[in-house]
Structures are given as structure tokens and as C-alpha cells.
Design a protein around this ligand. Structure first.
Ligand code: MG
Length: 263
């Protein structure tokens, strides 16, 4: 099931996406839901479906308490920056105010220099979990979506921690929707810069897989419904300039596409 968050110009709503959307969303519809499906379950609103091109898609989830990013979780990406693969998942926190949705501009902040795209699989937590075992961890997952872990490298290098480099407003596009029934173990992930393929990886190459990440994170943080774990980026990371677009496509989910602008 693909669950989108959208607006028709008024309050955000949720709906189930049906059909295979073309480039502009034509060919697919949204079946509106009542309330937030993370909290009330999937309750059809009982109204007519809306053509997907008629709505504006929003970030499919607003993390309730946190985004947990994972650094250097693909060996080839760690190597391209001359880093070792950490023996345990390397976690960092991102404020939920960094989230934007499909098509929203990523606004490069004043003073930023080298800003990189990082296409990633995002895991959306579905229920409160703490100290969950790896074997049970996937039961805590609501679904999956695409993410771009946009990162400012100069700040990342020089600040001593990554809050500003990876947490500035608009730096965490999520979307286009959450897919609730997906095996995350071997999904192809392709990132395009202005249409040109720059990352072509698979989640089969995750050093620490989704179950391990959820279990590990839950040992340190209580995970709440709507919290998001970014699983790391494959090789091929590079800079993006204002005026360019980055799209992240993940098999079984769809395409997240965002323009980049300078503030
Ligand atoms: Mg990343």
C-alpha cells in the first residue's frame, strides 16, 4: 500500500495511491483517508478518488520526534571519502524542521559552499519501540520512502558535529509516499542529477541492514510512530548547485524529485 500526504490547497490529508503514475502523476489516483493512518489506521473517507496530478504531494510523514541518520553504511561510499566502515551503526540526529516534500525546493543556506546529494532509503517507524530485538525489528516499521540526505561538507568537516551540515531547513526531502508492504533487503536505488545517473546502488549492500538499524537505534532512543531512520547512501555522492534538480528513485517506492535554489 502506498500512503501519500497531500493538499488540495487546504489542510493536509492522507490517501492511498492507486495506479501507476506517469511522469506528471497522470494514470494514478488518491483515495482519501480519514485522519492520520499512523495513529488511527487506514480509514477510507468514502469519497471519490482524486486524480494524482490534481493534488500537491507533501512529505509523507513529519517525524514526530526525530530523524536518525546513519553515516557510512555502504562500504563503497565510505571508501570514496577515505573513511573506514564503522563497526557499529554511526548515528546522528536531524531536527524534523529539515523535512520537505516532493517537488519542494532545497534552499541552500547562506554561507554554504559544497552541498552534496545523498540518495537514501528512509525507514518510517510505525509504533513505539524500545530495546527491540533484531528479529522483531521489522514489525516496528510502518513503511519506506525515498530520502535525500543533503549535506554541506565544509560544515560537516569543520563543525565537529553534523547538526548544521545535515540539519538545516529543507535539507531532508522525503517522499513521494510511504510504501507499507515492501521487503527492504535488495532494492535498487538510483539518484539522478539533472536526469543523469550519479548513484546506482542496492540496499543489499547496506553494511547494517534495516532490522539491525531499528534494533540498534531502539537500544539508545525510544522510537515513536513517525520517526524516520535514514539508512545511508551508496557510492557516487557529489555536489549539487543551485538551479539543478536531484531525483532519488527506489525500486518498489517511486521517485522523489527536488529542485535546488540559493537563498
Ligand atoms: Mg547520508
Amino acid at each position: 500500500m502506498r500512503i501519500a500526504r497531500y493538499t488540495l490547497g487546504d489542510d493536509p490529508a492522507y490517501g492511498i495511491v492507486e495506479g501507476e503514475p506517469g511522469a506528471d502523476g497522470e494514470g494514478a489516483v488518491i483515495h482519501p483517508l480519514t485522519g492520520d493512518p499512523l495513529y488511527v489506521g487506514v480509514l477510507p473517507a468514502g469519497v471519490a478518488p482524486i486524480p494524482l496530478p490534481d493534488v500537491r504531494l507533501l512529505a509523507p510523514v513529519l517525524p514526530r520526534s526525530k530523524i536518525i541518520g546513519i553515516g557510512r553504511n555502504y562500504a563503497a561510499h565510505a571508501q570514496e571519502f577515505g573513511n573506514e566502515v564503522p563497526p557499529e551503526p554511526m548515528m546522528f540526529l536531524v531536527p524534523n524542521t529539515a523535512v520537505v516534500g516532493p517537488g519542494d525546493p532545497v534552499v541552500l543556506p547562506r554561507g554554504s559552499a559544497t552541498v552534496d546529494y545523498e540518495g537514501e532509503l528512509a525507514v518510517v517507524i510505525g509504533r513505539i519501540c524500545k530495546d527491540v530485538r533484531e528479529e522483531e525489528a521489522l514489525g516496528c516499521v510502518w513503511g519506506y520512502t525515498c530520502a535525500d540526505d543533503v549535506s554541506e561538507r565544509t560544515w560537516q568537516r569543520n563543525d565537529g558535529q553534523w547538526a548544521r551540515a545535515k540539519g538545516f531547513d529543507t535539507s531532508k526531502p522525503l517522499g513521494p509516499w510511504v510504501v507499507t508492504d515492501l521487503d527492504p533487503s535488495a532494492l535498487r536505488l538510483v539518484t539522478r542529477l539533472d536526469g543523469e545517473v550519479v548513484q546506482d546502488g542496492t540496499t543489499a549492500d547496506l553494511v547494517h541492514g534495516v532490522a539491525r538499524l531499528v534494533s540498534f537505534a531502539s537500544a539508545h532512543f525510544t522510537l515513536l510512530p513517525g520517526d524516520v531512520i535514514l539508512t545511508g547512501t551508496p557510492a557516487g555522492v557529489g555536489p549539487v548547485r543551485p538551479g539543478q534538480r536531484v531525483s532519488v528513485e527506489i525500486e518498489g517506492i517511486g521517485v522523489l524529485d527536488n529542485p535546488f535554489v540559493r537563498r
